[in-house]
Design a protein around this ligand. Structure first.
Ligand SMILES: [Zn+2]
Length: 212
């Protein structure tokens, strides 16, 4: 299978690889400078989650209205984690954010399908404003690259990259069952190798963890 054929031919010119949100801001600023000269938009958005930790969020058409004539293109992803509503923890209170309960978070792969379908609901012209990204996998899982490959084959021509996923995030990592991800994890190496093989940019969040 030649993945270059099924990948979107749009490219994320302004962003290849990032460790922290601060880096993302710099990338956006650089993009702003060059784009102002060509298309009239003020900037492009290198990082946007269309959904939250209970997989709800802004309707993509409403988001397009918010972007208006100020934001040219936006990276688009869901959130790979779902906050469990555990009755034993919060009873009838339905938490919408991970700080509102001690219940765990779990990986929710369907978020990629939701993003793909939202993107596909747009007209071809509207789609040019978005760069959908794959994020619904556990970055400590050696099978993660298989998920990414499966998403690319299920939704050909939709996704432009991988991310944003978290290697380490304060308050979040300790709530996810299983292994805590690190930059040295063999599974991350597999994800990056696959990204290099098929030519997808990768965005990940890493904070509150020392390099070793
Ligand atoms: Zn984020």
């Amino acid at each position: 299978m030649n993945f270059n054929r099924i990948l979107s031919n749009r490219t994320l010119k302004w962003l290849l690889f990032s460790l922290l949100a601060t880096t993302l801001s710099v990338s956006t600023a650089v993009g702003q400078e060059t784009q102002n000269k060509t298309d009239g938009y003020l900037f492009h958005d290198s990082h946007f989650h269309l959904t939250n930790y209970i997989q709800e969020g802004t309707d993509i058409r409403h988001f397009l209205k918010i972007m208006g004539d100020k934001v040219g293109r936006s990276m688009l992803c869901g959130i790979p984690l779902q906050q469990q509503w555990m009755h034993a923890s919060t009873g009838d209170f339905a938490p919408t954010y991970y700080t509102q309960t001690d219940a765990p978070l779990y990986y929710y792969s369907f978020t990629d399908a939701a993003i793909a379908m939202a993107y596909r609901s747009l007209t071809p012209e509207e789609r040019l404003r978005f760069d959908p990204m794959i994020t619904g996998f556990n970055p400590t899982d050696m099978y993660a690259a298989d998920h990414i490959r499966r998403v690319l084959m299920t939704f050909p021509g939709v996704f432009s990259g991988i991310g944003e996923f978290s290697i380490h995030k304060e308050f979040v990592s300790s709530k996810v069952a299983g292994e805590v991800s690190t930059v040295n994890n063999k599974a991350l190496e597999g994800i990056l190798d696959f990204a290099g093989e098929v030519g997808l940019p990768v965005v990940f969040h890493r904070a509150g963890q020392k390099f070793n």
